[in-house]
Design a protein around this ligand. Sequence first.
Ligand SMILES: [Zn+2]
Length: 435
Amino acid sequence: MSATPILSLYSHRPNDTIMLVQLRYNYRVYPNAPQRRALAQAFGCARVVFNDGLRARQEAHAAGLAYLKDTDLQKQVITAAKQTPERAWLADVSSVVLVQSLRDLHAAYRNFFSSLTGKRKGPKVALPRLKSRKDRKQSIRLTANGFSLRPNGRLYVAKVGDLRVRWSRTLPSAPTSVTVTMDASGRYWCSFVVDADPDILPELDTDTGMDLGLNHFAVLADGRKVDSPKFLRRAEKKLKRMQKALSRKAKGSNNRDKARKKVARQHARVADRRRDWQHKLSTQIIRDNQAVFVETLSARGLGRTRLAKSVHDAGWARFVAMLEYKAVKHGRTFAKVDRAFPSSQVCSACGFRDGPKPLHVRAWTCENCGTMHDRDHNAAKNVLFEGRRIVAAGRAETQNAPPSAGKTRMPVPAQRVEAGTHQDPQMRVVGIQVL
Ligand SMILES: [Zn+2]
């Protein structure tokens, strides 16, 4: 195996391209008691408008009527509804909240239709469903005329007031919209989508491949094995114990309710720590390498097996998404290597393919060249080689050089925000515009 002059493979960024990266920034918010009441009311009204709109569409469809125009639906479930005694209380919350909630419904229908006609790639999108007050997450969305950032650092939300925000990092530019959420453990968050300038790091001549697995969180092509830290495994163990204790409590009892809240809090704690750790790891990997390649695991395929739980716990998908947006932000190359690619069947030293090996085979000797292999390390090396091939063929997801100058959107599909599949990394790429 010879060292490849990889820098020439990656350094082809034209100097005159300007990239705009859209990132989502999340911050913790601490509303006081009256603000929490106002938010609860806003969440409720947003939900009611969404549901009224959905029912109106369902009824029109059942009656064989044409698809209602978005503007007509808005008049019906917001403007006219406020005049009725049953919905008069809609006037107590900001109308921006109601209009945005209905826009979310329109977007959900558009996604459904374009998925139906095949215009939209990826998994099929279902029809929107009624929202419930028991949903794990309650949220409102506001555009610029419904919120503002105060000079004293507070976030003004119309008809709610000035909210205290923990600004864990600086917003790179003025946001055009904000989403305020309450999660399952009763914590409040605000998130902004902003245009950001990429922070291109100096070019390096290193690249790496990664094998994400069950025995180790990740194995790198240089042989490094990364496991989740002890504090995280301890917190996860504690969570498992608490979940067991919860299942033993009688249904409907006060004790069960208390235990349920405790589990939710511990769950949030574990999720936060895991996310922080994944942020540190992904930042380091992107800083240390000009190109990063990852073998993608089909979480959906594994989801039907017993591995499902550990797959979701490991949070690979989110970790891969972090690598991807950080690669874009810092001018690195990133590519996913298809799972169909036989990373554990091929000798990374000589390329000899000696077929699939059962999962319990952790090490073997190549019968062609005699090299001894650690299964995961060999896989990571193969991922690196396959990644280099993908880059050479110009098929990488993110590259220093956009495919062509001119106004195009670069394909960074994984992090697009979809209703219902929302995870909450601190930052994520929403879209990239090359000007
Ligand atoms: Zn070999």
